[in-house]
Design a protein around this ligand. Structure first.
Ligand code: ZN
Length: 546
């Protein structure tokens, strides 16, 4: 028997009255092609294109493999070759495609197998649910051909579509080669045949969850606007002060180019938020934003964390793993606390930035990367260079554009709008109805210096929400250090007379001691009579002050 002799009448065994159907002796079921199309749609929507393609490719592969196995002994083949080439004919008989063999091409090495598929059911279904694709879409079909040929030839043969109706070609054209003949090109399709692409699809799902979180977080912007901060940038950045307005403007311009950015500023000043803002305003916004605190990763793991590793590269490396550079491909990678990066890693990072490629730990080939790097640090890197703890060449490579996030004490105009946004968020999280700040509490927030910056303000609002008894935050709901803060003698951009400064200061100390004049005089180092006289000048009577 020859492959071309196979026909449905002989292969199919069924009772016209119904019941189990057999094909080549194996039980088969009739399945509506549109139902398979719906399954494909469900898979793509639930686990993403990569995962769906992997599952359908492997479904096709195991189908092809099984058919090859059962057909081997089911028929008296003229030769083993007839059985080996029967896969295409069987594909045809299953109704998946109309199969047309291709004569070996002239010149150049002939592929192991080659055929033309007309009327692919899979291209139909893909076009129906997703429209025209940029890539070939007959995943179960190439899987089937690969599975059949691999089983029949006892070695790995992989079939790929050079042309596909799903991407606008008139017909699908499949080419099969052995794994060795594919060489490095195999990397493009091999993951779909292996379960590895499921791991990758899980990583993508995790990424899309992060994206959703990001969208939720950017509602901060909406909250900020609700709190009256209409000039603010998106991403919840409150920018009323000239310092912040300038920073947001610079960040927006930095976003338009693809250069490396270095963000410096004290802890808690919102460096990550600025980095995210740059990403969201850039052409890479649709790609991933990946942030890593390099200072928090143990020194022996940092290289693998950033660049990935191959299985067996070190104890505990049980499988190949992509690093953060690869995870951020097409997007932005924030290397936070870059000043804490150990010197040996600094060399490797510099090389990656210069060559625009990385090498997984334990692998001797390089992989190109397409990532925008933003580095951030609370350290003075210039000083670290002088001290020899940071490489000068890397420093210059990173600070193509340098942005400084100002400390909160230098942007006092932002304190109250920011406090209101953070308060609204903390109240929403706690499910409490807190409408705002009392004037005294507001004044105290502005007085305080916020050494921990925005992060400290955020914690203060969270704490105040937890402690507040009324529906507004009062001075008593603030932490001691905030409550006791005295007015600054110097506020940038504002010159006051000594008399005004003295008055504010004395009244603030009186406030801080709960109106106790004896303790106030003592703290200020003046006599009680002097204090009494001054209070009288300010029009503060005993009853009002106590
Ligand atoms: Zn196709």
């Amino acid at each position: 028997m020859r492959a071309t002799d196979l026909n449905l009448e002989e292969l199919l065994d069924f009772d016209p009255a119904g019941g189990p159907i057999h094909f080549g002796g194996e039980r088969v079921v009739l399945m509506d092609a549109t139902a398979l199309g719906l399954l494909r749609k469900e898979l793509v929507e639930s686990i993403g294109l990569t995962g769906a393609r992997g599952i359908l490719t492997r479904l096709g592969f195991s189908h092809g493999w099984r058919v090859a196995e059962t057909m081997k002994d089911a028929y008296p083949w003229d030769s083993e070759r007839e059985w080996k080439v029967a896969g295409g004919r069987l594909h045809h008989l299953f109704g998946m495609v109309r199969f047309e063999p291709v004569e070996p091409r002239e010149g150049g090495p002939a592929p192991f197998a080659e055929s033309i598929w007309h009327e692919s059911y899979e291209a139909d279904q893909h076009l129906l649910y997703f429209g025209q694709s940029d890539e070939a879409v007959c995943w179960t079909l190439t899987g089937f051909a690969s599975g059949y040929l691999s089983r029949a030839n006892g070695r790995e043969i992989y079939c790929v579509e050079e042309r596909c109706r799903g991407k606008g070609n008139a017909v699908c054209r499949m080419v099969g080669r052995s794994l060795e003949d594919w060489g490095a090109e195999a990397e493009k399709f091999l993951p779909y045949f292996r379960t590895r692409c499921l791991t990758e699809s899980l990583a993508m799902t995790a990424q899309s969850l992060k994206e959703t979180e990001r969208k939720l977080r950017s509602r901060r912007g909406a909250l900020a606007r609700a709190a009256g901060a209409k000039d603010d940038a998106p991403s919840g950045i409150v920018a009323r002060s000239p310092q912040m307005k300038k920073l947001v403007d610079l960040a927006r311009r930095a976003a338009k180019v693809d250069s490396t950015v270095l963000i410096t500023g004290e802890s808690g000043t919102g460096k990550e938020r600025i980095a995210r803002f740059i990403h969201e305003e850039s052409a890479r916004a649709a790609g991933p934003f990946v942030a890593v605190n390099v200072g928090a990763v143990p020194e022996n793991l940092i290289e693998s964390e950033l660049f990935g590793h191959v299985r067996g590269a070190f104890t505990g490396a049980v499988q190949d793993r992509a690093g953060l550079f690869e995870a951020a491909n097409g997007g932005t990678l924030l290397l936070d606390e870059i000043g804490d990066l150990p010197l040996p890693m600094q060399v490797k990072l510099l090389r990656a930035l210069q060559e625009r490629e990385i090498r997984r730990v334990g692998e001797n080939r390089s992989r190109p990367i397409n990532v925008r790097i933003i580095a951030a640090t609370h350290r003075d890197l210039g000083q670290a260079v002088t001290a020899g703890t940071f490489r000068q060449d890397l420093y210059y490579r990173l600070r193509v554009i340098e942005l400084k996030t100002p400390p909160l004490r230098e942007r006092k105009d932002d304190v109250l709008p920011l406090a209101r946004v953070l308060l609204a968020e903390a109240a929403a999280r706690a499910g409490r109805k807190i409408t705002g700040l009392t004037p005294d509490a507001a004044a105290q927030l502005v007085r305080y210096d916020w050494p921990g910056n925005v992060r400290e303000l955020e914690n203060a609002m969270e704490r105040a929400v937890a402690l507040a008894t009324g529906n507004r935050i009062d001075v008593d709901d603030l932490a001691d250090e905030v409550r006791m803060a005295l007015p600054a003698t110097y506020i940038p951009g504002q010159i006051r007379t000594l008399e005004e400064v003295e008055r504010d200061y004395i009244l603030a100390v009186l406030d801080a001691t709960g109106g106790n004049r004896g303790r106030t005089a003592e703290k200020l180092g003046i006599g009680p009579a002097t204090l009494y006289r001054k209070l009288k000048e300010y029009g503060v009577t005993r009853s009002a002050a106590t």
